[in-house]
Design a protein around this ligand. Sequence first.
Ligand code: PEP
Length: 255
Amino acid sequence: MRKKLVAGNWKMHMDWNESMTFLSEFVAKESSEAWGDVDVLIAPPFPYLRHFVEFTANARSAVKVGAQNCATEEAGAYTGEVSAKMLASLGVPSVILGHSERRSLYGEDAKVVGQKVRKALEAGLQPIFCCGESLEERENNVTEERLRQQLEESVLDLDSSEFEKLVIAYEPVWAIGTGKTATPEQAQETHAFIRQLINDRYGAALAQSIRILYGGSVKPGNAKELFAQPDIDGGLVGGASLKVDDFAEIVRCAF
Ligand code: PEP
């Protein structure tokens, strides 16, 4: 049985005061409701990470903290970059990599994403590797080809001992921040395809153990049905992770 994971990607939202209010309200809900059966993660902007790590530890919260990106290098003259090693030194356990916004707005190609995944693994972080097709690719019936390519070019050459540490997030680009969600059937079919790819490369045991999250306009109103699909192991949530009540409700949908 794979434990479900609900991860909130805050992107570049929330100032310091807003994020502190969110965190204390959210953790208060967690302690009154016992969310033990689901892993919950929040990925705030870089400057808040250390505080989130300390706050959750002091509150004995099970909420995990993730970063939204890391550098391809470990250290050096790379102005503005933050390395996986630095994140690990803050006590951050996970990092989102290959998000479609990083790919489209910052030109990250498969090679760059693959390098970041390796740096994250070397630093002991869990990469949450995002992949997904564009609307055009879905309409042209090349979704599977695109996903195969994204996985093959960035992560399917990892050793099984490394690959097993990944979480995969399937995020159809046309569903991110658009209010359009893949139907549970569409998402299930694609998740099953991704799991089969992993099965073909690494075998059934690893394929069955790896978590594949769905991302793309997950909301309290659609999360339950999505998370009920056999190959959907939780969600990567953008917009709806910015509201305490909505995010908490999405976590409940994963019970
Ligand atoms: C995301 O940013 O990963 C995402 C899925 O965003 P949203 O939930 O807003 O579509």
